[in-house]
Design a protein. Structure first.
Lengths: 427, 229
């Protein structure tokens, strides 16, 4: 299936407004879109979104035999999937030119810039090494996919921990995470990629172009840098003629961006580690990601609870957010009442226990809220306990039965009513 | 490594017009790097690749199984060679005056017979000469060079032994030795302070290479003149 080309009117509109220094999404020419980074509850997973572009990345490890040329080095494998889901011009199971370019550039950035210490991935020289598999999936596409994919991959790699191993004379013991704590990868530096669009033979620079903008542009140049002011990759993905001055200019722009973003990545990872070390259950995106995908345009991403939300130059008020979260929870519970939706949930194979836990937490929250509302009530303690017992009973049942999840959903919605009923009985 | 000065390129040997069937062909040697190139077209190509306003360029890069240090399993189709093909296509789309041949196609075939570093640069030089031999109108003869950095000092025209080292390398291609970059490719990490010097060195070396290529092309045309009449 081919995408519709832009109409001439649309093209001229975009080009003219770009020349005037304005953009259709109210950015200036040298402004980036908001970046959201979310690390998953599973180790080594991350979702990154830049504007509407969304990429998920998962890192896994397995033991393989190294190649005979490099017996002491681990292997890093990068796999990119440009599914038709993101953009229906992509063919299923086949990589087009775009996919090839994306894979090759990611390899160039992550593997060839030697940001990961491959020697530390060696278990037994020439026999066993770790193979790190980086799977990148493009969920939604709206320009600068490479930036997004690169950021997701780097975050996932930072987040990833490989299992601990010990060497015995004739075999290797691999420990699970409960026996011995897993080891993070040795990462020397974080290459961050920036796409820079060029217009009018490179005289006009447009940063972080969207899909429509990049169709109007003459071409783009991709620069990968790290915060130590090193250029890791430079790629001119265009057929236009540039001067070396312009290229150097682009590199400087990318450099400042790399510094910003690498601190964001570090913050995300650090916060996740802090939460994990405090034995807090990492919420991840196990539940949120289907919701994000299903309600892409209807639900604002802020409503979905994520472990960390990083938004450059945009701060949210805590209370507002928590209020929104509560709303989001209730809506998700309401969704369960719908038989179709609950089926959908079953198919997604969401961790049931976790969901129930979430719901229970939610109930507790709303109970607390009710508590605040009825401050005057004298015997509220008894009530709350009663409700708690009731809910605990329900919760226990739910672990075996799927269908009762629906009942639980009802309870949450009729939370206030239950309290009222209890009150009436009391009086 | 091989007794050259840092800014000295390897010897360039060329022969033009050796393929009987192709419109233009070229064999080029950069020291031990040997590349054979043939250009077919412009002709009415496949309908799927046809463009209404300009001609499409299809490039195929392949390195023989015995070209490198390791024996390759297959000469083309792996990721690296498809990537190089794409780079070459993009570079030459901006070099060739594609507007002059609408609805047609130009095929470029590149074969690395022996790879001893700077393969991509050698391919670009070979294609430029082959295109000149075929008489396809271009903005100028493109020339390319691979440049590396050792301890802050740029060295040009890397051999394969130098390439396998940990040093960063930049491949730069310009048109007619002017400040018109059609291709830039950077590998490994390079500090921003060195970028400027590397670019400058690469650019001036490109101009030098262009001089060589231009002389070759002129000689060839002069030799062909009596035949053409």
């Amino acid at each position: 299936m081919r995408t519709q080309p832009l109409t001439i009117c649309e093209k001229t509109l975009i080009v003219e407004s770009l020349r005037a220094g304005k953009r259709l999404d109210f950015r200036s020419r040298e402004e980036f879109r908001n970046v959201k980074l979310i690390v998953g509850s599973e180790i080594g997973t991350a979702i990154c979104s830049i504007g509407q572009t969304k990429v998920i990345c998962a890192v896994s490890a397995e033991i393989t035999e190294p190649s005979s040329m490099r017996p002491q080095k681990g292997v890093i494998n990068i796999d990119v999937d440009l599914s038709p889901m993101a953009n229906y011009s992509h063919e299923h199971d086949r990589m087009g030119q775009k996919g090839m370019e994306l894979t090759r550039l990611l390899e160039l950035i992550i593997r060839d810039s030697r940001c990961i210490d491959v020697e530390s991935l060696c278990i037994r020289a020439g026999k066993e090494v770790w193979k790190i598999k980086v799977d990148v999936r493009i969920l939604d596409e709206d320009g600068s996919i490479l930036d997004c994919a690169c950021l997701a991959a780097i975050t996932a790699l930072q987040h990833f921990k490989r299992p601990n191993v010990t060497l015995e004379p004739h075999h290797t013991l691999v420990y699970s995470e409960y026996e011995k704590s897993p080891i993070p990868l040795n990462i020397y530096h974080m290459p961050i990629c920036t796409t820079i669009g060029l217009l009018d033979k490179g005289s006009t620079i447009i940063i972080d172009p969207t899909e429509k903008e990049s169709e109007c542009l003459d071409g783009t140049i991709v620069v990968a840098c790290n915060k130590r002011k090193e250029v890791c990759a430079l790629h001119q993905s265009t057929n236009l003629i540039l001067t070396t001055k312009q290229i150097e200019n682009c590199v400087k722009l990318a450099m400042s961006r790399a510094e910003e973003l690498s601190s964001v990545v570090i913050d995300v990872i650090r916060q996740d580690q802090r939460e994990r070390s405090a034995f807090k259950r990492p919420s991840g995106f196990a539940i949120t990601s289907p919701a994000i995908i299903l309600n892409e345009n209807r639900v604002v991403a802020q409503q979905i609870r994520a472990p960390i939300k990083m938004e450059i130059e945009q701060e949210e008020i805590e209370e507002e957010e928590s209020e929104k979260q509560r709303q989001a929870y209730q809506s998700s519970v309401i969704m369960n009442e719908n038989p179709l939706r609950s089926d959908g949930v079953k198919q997604e194979e969401i961790d049931e226990e976790q969901m129930i836990d979430e719901q229970l937490a939610n109930i507790q929250q709303s109970v607390n809220r009710v508590e605040l509302d009825n401050k005057q009530s004298l015997d509220r303690h008894g009530e709350i306990q009663e409700v708690d017992d009731l809910l605990a009973g329900l919760g226990d049942d739910d672990e075996e039965e799927e269908s009762t999840v629906v009942t639980l959903g009802d309870t949450v919605d009729e939370e206030d009513e239950i309290v009222l009923v209890a009150k009436k009985k009391r009086f | 490594m091989d007794g050259r000065r840092p800014s000295q390129i390897r010897n360039i040997n060329t022969r033009l017009g050796l393929n009987r069937n192709a419109e233009g062909s070229c064999y080029i040697e950069h020291g031990n790097t040997k590349v054979l190139c043939a250009v077919y077209g412009p002709y009415e190509g496949k309908a799927s690749k046809r463009l209404e306003n300009r001609c499409s360029i299809v490039c195929q890069y392949s390195a023989t199984t015995f070209s490198g240090l390791e024996r390759k399993n297959r000469p083309r189709g792996d990721r690296k060679s498809t990537e190089i093909s794409r780079l070459l296509e993009k570079a030459f789309e901006s070099v060739i005056l594609t507007d002059s041949f609408p609805r047609s196609q130009i095929d470029i075939f590149c074969e690395v017979i022996q790879g001893d570093g700077s393969n991509l640069a050698a391919c670009i030089n070979a294609i430029s000469l082959a295109l000149a031999d075929a008489g396809i109108p271009m903005k100028g003869i493109a020339s390319a060079v691979t440049c590396g950095v050792i301890e802050g000092k740029p060295i040009v025209d890397l051999t394969s032994r130098e390439e396998t080292d940990l040093l960063p390398r930049v491949t730069l291609a310009t048109i007619s030795g002017r400040d018109e970059v059609v291709l830039v490719e950077l590998q490994n990490r390079l500090h921003i302070d060195h970028l400027n010097t590397v670019m400058e060195t690469a650019k001036s070396t490109c101009a030098d290479v262009y001089e060589c290529l231009a002389v070759v092309a002129q000689q060839h045309i002069r030799a062909c003149a009596p035949i053409l009449g």
